[in-house]
Design a protein around this ligand. Sequence first.
Ligand SMILES: [Zn+2]
Length: 143
Amino acid sequence: MHNLKGGCHCGNISVDYSTSIAPEDSAPRACQCSFCRKHQSRAVSDPTGSLKFTIHKQSEVNRYTFGIGSCQFLVCCRCGVYVGAFMPDPDDTTGYATLMANALDAQGRYPQATPTVYDGEDGVGKKDRRRRVWTPAVLETIN
Ligand SMILES: [Zn+2]
């Protein structure tokens, strides 16, 4: 297991990612949706791994949503870093997530991202894919 750490720039959002996939062996995805293109998204996940987001101060995190609103794009209001996307399922603190490789301390070990388009999916299709492909995740809020 690789236990990887990271987070936003100021430390308000921290990330603990356990995965059996070494950074060098992962295949980051550059989602081509209008939000991810603006962030040059380089997303990684591992359905057999686990991910924990720790939010130190909730009022300084933007859980941005758009489209069908089924997932939250976690952006730190203090430093502006987009850390990852979280789909609450079944509840507000437990779900699935995809992580920005750039937010990890090991970011330099990850390969270039491959452009990935999900245009053909409806809402149900998106949720099904995330449950299959994203990392089981918990979101903990300290304050
Ligand atoms: Zn921050």
